[in-house]
Design a protein around this ligand. Sequence first.
Ligand code: ATP
Ligand code: MG
Length: 439
Amino acid sequence: MTFDERALRVPGPVIELARTLQDAGFPTWCVGGAVRDALLGLPLLDWDLATAATPAEVRRLFRRTIPVGIEFGTVGVLDRDGRMHEVTTFRRDVQTDGRHAVVEFGASLDQDLARRDFTINAIAFDPIARRLHDPFAGREDLVAGVVRAVGVAEERMREDRLRALRAIRFASRFGFSIDADTWQAIRSSASHLTRLSPERVKQEIDKTLDQVEAPSQAFGRWRDAGAFAAVVPALRDVSDDTLAAIDRLPRPGAVTRPLRRSLRLAALFSELEGKEAERALKALRASNQEIGVVGIVVDRWRRFGAELTAQLTSGGLPGDPALRRMAADIGRLRVNAFLRLGAALWAGDTRIAPAVVRQLFRRLMRIAFRDPIEVADLAVDGDDLRQHGLRAGPELGRVLQKLRQLVIDDPARNTRDELLRLAADLVASPSGAEEQAGS
Ligand code: ATP
Ligand code: MG
């Protein structure tokens, strides 16, 4: 297989931007991910441009610009369709500390390409002359399917520790291997990954979950290289079976779907206690929303997973009262996520028949949405109880919770008369009614 310029279909509006810059005397090239992906035949690309023009010159040449990253030399330019493209001034690194690169403008295209991370990301294409410039033979690595550092791998990883994680992501995303020197450098850089900010690490995890169809290989490499030990110690010994479950959950895709990402995260953290997963995500600066969802799903998996697995292995399902208690504890709106995580994990367990998992799915979902499992489902509410003599306050809340438990055990009791009678009993002799609740 070979690649040639014909595979590079640069959209008209992007060619116009490049032409404006070139006509003003500034060499301008398409670079980076879009050139790589176009050569691989992938659709839907973000075309970025690299140019000899300074940010100020770029802003003078175009009417509609957005200063997205002026300090790094990047100006967002809106094309005639209102789509933004990043136009970045050629730069070279003058100093690095493994976290941030200090860049300098006034560099040549070759210097700009030399500071890029991998050969497959360092291919430039002139969309007007339709000419490729590929000083590091990135095309050969695309054909061979290899992720290889530009220059000396060890040095490049030292300059920016994130590159180790990026290499692993690109390899798994495209099904490429990692060049031996590059892999060696990744392994020896792992203990230094602690220098990365938690935000950058989390972003790499997210990009892996979003972009990579089957992330188990990538996270297996994080583990094997020692990256998890450095940046998410709780995952240092994560098992292959657990990682395989992530692959069975759908990718969030181009339009980010937060629940899908949370589910994949829950699978990644499913060997931990809910609280441990929450702590690890908090350390990675995950949003409270995400910590909440993942924490609950993981916690409930830890609470009910083993029991359910045992049942499913024997070919049966728990009875309705047990399933109702589970649904109530998981929460109606989380049952689906819980089951999807379970199904992804059970799919790797040869003792469990897929049909019995589907049966559980249907039963538990039906119970969660049909049966009374929440206080709001009770045939009485706080007002009813007050009208029948209960005082407002904590006692009222406790009575409602006890009624909920009684109804979860026996939904037939969820009638107004029965609940008012039970409430009166509860108030008259709280302990006696409690015994009833347990019966
Ligand atoms: P993606 O599809 O994930 O966006 P990409 O290759 O476009 O892939 P970006 O993170 O958008 O990746 O970066 C754009 C380009 O900038 C890369 O192709 C690479 O040439 C360069 N680059 C990005 N991050 C680094 C880095 N840490 N070190 C060196 N070069 C980098
Ligand atoms: Mg990109």
